[in-house]
Structures are given as structure tokens and as C-alpha cells.
Design a protein around this ligand. Structure first.
Ligand SMILES: O=C(O)CCC(=O)C(=O)O
Length: 389
């Protein structure tokens, strides 16, 4: 098959019809295709748009684990909830509080989501991303962070393109989008691929877990739960599949650039490859995947609602030369139209209000655009919402 037809597939609008002679130096922003072209020698160099500036280049490779730091990453064991030991619940809440204050990140174990649900979702992710490009592209919705995308799936602007592809489905707690996408991807009949059944099963498990964790986080703060619950329920969740193809120059690109998640928290399921890095104590730390755990990172909106007490964590994903990687992120976000005010119990003379009132929507309609430059250099959006500025 010629290169043009690989890219185009039937009825594709991807390559403008006025370019009959494809120029191999053209910037094609689809990492899986680029990876194959580089391997086959059809392309000699990475397109410039992927090369990151010096200051964002990964300094530790994906599998260099610092065991002394790894053992410091908090582990939250939900098994303590039902173990029958006296005081186990309080120990769990204390551990959770410290993890959210000191790291904004932890491994979550004994979470109750069957391994088979995670494995089935990973299998579906691999099945989807290995489809020919023209087929994946049927699930692309221009201009929206929904469906399949191959450019910059994070909400944070970045100085270089990301070496990853993503697939986002929103509103899944109401089981909305999946069958619409699946029918586009497999118009001859999507049922036999099992995609939606697996997504539905996974989503049900994740909704149960995210609500349990939300409630524990609120309990660990010792505040009135009504304040938090008004902002955050399963209808503000989304499921995001990430695919990181192999890359011959992994230290010159990022799989997903440094960013803070914007929502309440994110539950991430990894495969065994590794590539997630979190920033702790000013250093990038490689997070070793654990097959028995989700990793959880606190997002910006939880930081705002707790008046800065629980910390959102900067993180990114790096890639490697030999093993492609998949991860599954389940985001719990907030009602985009409600003014975000911290829990009243967390504001006092010693802890004055840190951020102005704002809505999640404000970030997208004004704050982000005003500060694109700083954000693409790694700033946190909350810095521009400080009450004192
Ligand atoms: O794949 C990873 O390790 C990170 C994913 C991530 O940060 C995201 O989806 O926002």
C-alpha cells in the first residue's frame, strides 16, 4: 500500500487533494504513523514540531527507578476499610490526608476494581489504537477534546507536540458517547468488537471507586461533605485512553508534556511499561507501574476547594525506543458553571483565601488564553487566580 493511501484510507479528508506528491518532510502529526515510517526508513528524522525545548527534555529515561524515592510514594490501602481491625479506618484517613498534603499523588491498592475489567479495557485500547489511521480518524471530532486525537490531548498548552494518541469519552456515567463512536469506527457492526460492553463495565467499576475515594477524601479533611458534593459527581467524569508509540529519540520528545490535571482527581491504570513521571521536591520521579494499583493524582479543582491544603501534582509521560505503552485515565472533574469556593472550614486568619472565586469554565474562556505562554512553560493555572494578585 502506498504511503498516501495508508494516510488517507477511503473517503478521508486528511490530506488536501491538491497535494498529489507527498513530501516526506511534511509534518504529519500522527505518532503511530511516524513511528512506523521512522522504523521503515521512510522518514529519516523526527518532525521538528515534536522536538522539545531543552528545558522540557526528559532527564531521566522511562525505566530508571530511584528505589529510595519509590518507597516514599504513599500507598493508600482501601482494604483497611473492611479489615475489622480497630482504628483501621482512621489510619486510612490519616494516610490519605498526608498523601494529599505532601505528594498530591499515591498508589491506590485493594481498590475493588476487578483486574479483569482493567485488562479488558487495556485490550480494547490496544485494539482501537492498532486500527488503520483512517478508521481511528472516524472517531475524531475537530476542535473538541472528545473522541480520537493525535496532537495534544492535555488541557495544558505545550511548547512541542506530544508523542501520543488519545481517545476521550465524556458523560459516560450516563452511558452516552460510546455507541455513537463505535458505530462510526465499525460501521459494519460494532457489537462483535465488544468495545462498548467493556467501556460500560469499566465505567461502572470506576464510578463506584471514584465516589468512594471522593467521600474518603472529604472525610479526611474533616469538613461538611455537602460543600464538595455540590461540585462533583459522576456526570463530570471522563475516560481517556492514551497510546504512546515507540520513538527512536525518546529524550528529545515528551509522550505527554508536563501538566496539572484540572479536575478533582484522576485514577490512572498503567500497563507494565512505565513512563509516568511526577514532580516531587523539584525533581522528576519515575513512577514504577504496579499491576495491583491505580495511581491517583490530585487535580487543580480539589486544590482550590481545599484552599491549597491538598496539592495538585505536575506530571508528564515519557516514551522509549522499544516498547509502546498504554494507559487509561479516569478523570473526576467538577460542575463547570459553579463558582468554586473553598470549604468554609478551611479558611481562617492563618489560612486566608488563596484563590479568587472562579468557575471551571472561566479557565477555558479567559484565564488560559491570557496566559498561554506561561502555561506552556509549566505554570499552574491556579497561579493566575490568586486572591492576592
Ligand atoms: O499516561 C500517563 O502516564 C499520564 C497520562 C496523563 O497524565 C493524562 O492522561 O492526563
Amino acid at each position: 500500500m502506498g504511503l498516501l493511501s495508508v494516510l488517507e484510507g477511503p473517503n478521508s479528508d486528511f490530506i488536501p487533494s491538491k497535494s498529489p506528491d507527498i513530501n516526506l518532510n511534511v509534518e504529519i502529526n500522527i505518532p503511530s504513523l511516524l513511528s512506523n515510517m521512522l522504523q521503515d526508513g521512510l522518514l529519516k528524522e523526527l518532525p521538528r514540531g515534536y522536538l522539545c525545548p531543552e528545558y522540557t527534555r526528559p532527564t531521566v529515561t522511562y525505566d530508571e527507578y530511584d528505589e529510595s524515592v519509590l518507597t516514599d510514594i504513599p500507598v493508600i490501602d482501601l482494604g483497611l476499610l473492611n479489615c475489622g481491625k480497630p482504628n483501621a479506618g482512621n489510619i486510612l484517613l490519616g494516610n490519605l490526608q498526608r498523601a494529599c498534603e505532601e505528594w498530591g499523588f499515591f498508589y491506590l491498592i485493594n481498590h475493588g476494581v476487578p483486574k479483569s475489567h482493567v485488562q479488558a479495557m487495556q485490550k480494547q485500547a490496544r485494539q482501537f489504537f492498532s486500527l488503520p489511521h483512517h478508521q481511528k480518524r472516524r472517531a475524531h471530532i475537530p476542535g473538541q477534546r472528545l473522541g480520537y486525537h493525535s496532537m495534544q490531548p492535555t488541557t495544558t498548552p505545550s511548547p512541542s507536540l506530544h508523542w501520543s494518541e488519545g481517545f476521550t469519552m465524556k458523560g459516560l456515567a450516563g452511558h452516552v458517547h460510546c455507541s455513537e463512536f463505535a458505530t462510526r469506527i465499525w460501521p459494519q457492526g460494532q457489537e462483535k468488537f465488544g468495545f462498548c460492553d467493556v467501556v460500560e463495565e469499566y465505567t461502572k467499576s470506576m464510578v463506584g471507586l471514584e465516589m468512594k475515594l471522593r467521600d474518603l477524601i472529604i472525610e479526611s479533611l474533616g469538613v461538611d461533605s455537602k460543600h464538595f458534593k455540590q461540585y462533583c459527581n459522576p456526570s463530570f467524569s471522563s475516560l481517556h485512553l492514551n497510546y504512546y508509540p515507540t520513538c527512536p529519540q525518546p529524550t528529545n520528545v515528551v509522550g505527554m508534556g508536563a501538566h496539572y490535571d484540572m479536575g478533582f482527581f484522576t485514577l490512572l491504570a498503567h500497563d507494565d511499561v512505565g513512563g509516568l513521571q511526577v514532580q516531587h521536591g523539584g525533581k522528576w520521579v519515575n513512577v514504577k507501574p504496579r499491576s495491583d494499583a491505580f495511581t491517583v493524582n490530585i487535580g487543580d479543582m480539589l486544590q482550590a476547594l481545599t484552599n491549597g491544603r491538598y496539592k495538585s501534582i505536575k506530571h508528564r509521560a515519557v516514551v522509549n525506543e522499544s516498547r509502546e505503552r498504554y494507559s487509561i485515565a479516569y478523570f473526576l472533574s467538577v460542575n463547570p458553571r459553579l463558582d468554586l469556593n473553598p470549604a468554609p472550614e478551611l479558611v481562617d486568619e492563618q489560612h486566608p483565601r488563596l484563590y479568587k472565586p472562579f468557575t471551571f469554565l472561566d479557565i477555558y474562556t479567559s484565564v488560559r488564553n491570557k496566559h498561554l505562554d506561561e502555561l506552556s512553560r509549566g505554570a499552574q493555572v491556579l497561579e493566575f487566580l490568586r486572591a492576592s494578585s
